[in-house]
Design a protein around this ligand. Structure first.
Ligand SMILES: O=C(O)CCC(=O)C(=O)O
Ligand SMILES: [Fe+2]
Length: 464
């Protein structure tokens, strides 16, 4: 149940600690003390146990070992030159000028924000409330620019299964249950369209120029193609802000396309994913590999309701293979049923391949730099990524939920919902920008808080 999921996330927020104003620490060096006691096991070995939860541990859980600094990330940071003599007032001038936010003005505003963030960090000062104010204007402008330059290219009819429920999914979807590799997928009931008929909520959209070339360039934004919210240390603030800006553009596009109130849709996950030809996927999630098996996003995580993939490089230039494929049940009579003679001619491999594709309608998308695919996450949008033949492919999947964050989650945060632009600026700094070093445990708490506060950070207060 999605609600349960968010409630679980909320509970772990209880451990966030507060700290001084503009450089809040989410540190977790020591967990509350006397609750952890020691005891000996039958062989006389000392272990730790928690007096309340009875959790046990061989190592002292109150001590969190600092992760060693990651050289690769540090190098990225070194690439970024802190601005000197930045015009401190540039941001406020743009904000109050009343100029139309055309694409050039929006870029200027973005870099003024970056400079202001770097200035605040370099001088260890609070972040100006003009930063979130300007970002909100930038996000508004970005959606307008996107809607102006793009038409919806693809809006296919959804293929909602006739029968819902994991037990019936095999009958209606055929292929997924026949593929032995999928037998362990935590299959969930597909979300039914209202009235059981196709509706807008099942549409798929492909935006070839969701991002302008400069907006996803690794030269301008070092580390963008390795981004995860859990490891922002060492990344230039420009790359962090740009990543958020792109995910916010996805969120706004989804709200626009699916007719959702913006505050009702939140990201649950977003990261850069690297595919390298010839590598094997280790486990699920975003680990490196060279393909993604057929799946629906909602089946891998019940809280995922809308999905997007942004593409950071080009098929045919940076890699070959690696098509993104929508995989639907084909209409009766549209596919060839092989004769027994034809089947006999096939090798074992060809027969497996034929079995996998039989009765399916495949709609490929060839990834290109700057493009986005946006779709609802349920059974209506089964998809896979074909194996790369050569090169490296970079994509940014992101997954959004329409489950509301329980009020209790905010109450458990030391600094809960923001109620002024200053507090929003403070959240920007603490949840994203001031994290040059943190332990993995700290980063988990920070990222959860960031995702739960996303709409407060990315939209003005009067829109809540
Ligand atoms: O990389 C892609 O094109 C799709 C990735 C995907 O389907 C996923 O991460 O769920
Ligand atoms: Fe997916």
């Amino acid at each position: 149940m999605p609600h349960k999921l968010l409630a679980t996330l909320a509970i772990s927020h209880a451990f966030l600690t507060t700290g001084p104003h503009h450089r809040r620490k989410l540190a977790l060096n020591v967990i509350e003390t006397d609750e952890w006691l020691t005891a000996q096991d039958a062989e006389g070995r000392t272990y730790y146990y928690h007096a309340v939860t009875m959790e046990t541990s061989w190592t002292d859980p109150r001590i969190v070992v600092e992760e060693p600094a990651k050289p690769e990330r540090q190098q990225l940071h070194a690439l970024h030159v802190l601005p000197s003599n930045v015009d401190k007032d540039a941001l406020s001038q743009i904000l109050h000028s009343g100029d139309a936010m055309d694409e050039a003005k929006t870029e200027q505003a973005f870099w003024a924000v970056v400079n202001e963030v770097d200035r605040a960090e370099a001088h260890d000062e609070p972040l100006s409330a003009d930063v979130p104010r300007m970002l909100h204007r930038i996000f508004d402008a970005d959606l307008q620019h996107l809607l102006t330059r793009e038409q919806i290219r693809t809006n296919l009819t959804c293929m909602q299964p006739a029968l819902t429920g994991a037990a019936n999914a095999g009958n209606s979807m055929g292929y997924i249950m026949d593929d032995y590799a999928h037998k362990d997928l935590p299959l969930k009931e597909g979300r039914a369209c209202e009235g059981g008929t196709c509706c807008e909520a099942c549409s798929r959209n492909i935006f070839p120029s969701f991002m302008l070339p400069g907006e996803c360039s690794p030269d301008i934004f070092p580390g963008l193609n390795q981004f995860t919210f859990n490891e922002v240390e060492g990344l230039p603030s420009a790359s962090i802000l740009q990543f958020i800006r792109l995910i916010e553009r996805v969120r706004r596009t989804m709200a626009h396309e699916y007719g959702l109130d913006l505050k009702t849709i939140l990201p649950l996950q977003a990261y850069a994913r690297k595919y390298v030809a010839g590598t094997t996927q280790q486990g699920g999630g975003g680990g490196e590999g060279d393909y993604v098996i057929l799946h629906t996003d909602e089946a891998t995580h019940s809280g995922y309701h809308y999905s997007s993939v942004l593409y950071l490089n080009d098929q045919g230039v940076d890699f070959t293979g690696g098509d993104f494929i929508f995989n639907d049940k084909a209409k009766e009579g549209t596919y060839h049923i092989p004769t027994s003679e034809e089947l006999e001619m096939l090798t074992m491999e060809e027969e497996l391949e034929r079995g996998r594709k039989f009765g399916r309608e495949l709609t490929p998308f060839h990834p290109s730099r700057g493009a986005a695919v946006i779709f609802s996450s349920g059974w209506e949008n089964m998809h896979e990524v074909y194996a790369l033949e050569s090169g490296t492919r970079y994509a940014v999947p992101s997954f959004f939920t329409t489950c509301p964050v329980p009020e209790q989650a905010y109450q458990q945060m030391h600094v809960g919902k923001p109620s002024s632009d200053e507090q929003i600026a403070d959240d920007w700094l603490h949840l994203l920008l001031a994290h040059r070093a943190e332990s993995p445990v700290e980063s988990v708490g920070r990222v959860k808080e960031l995702l739960m506060k996303w709409h407060y950070m990315c939209t003005p207060l009067d829109q809540h």
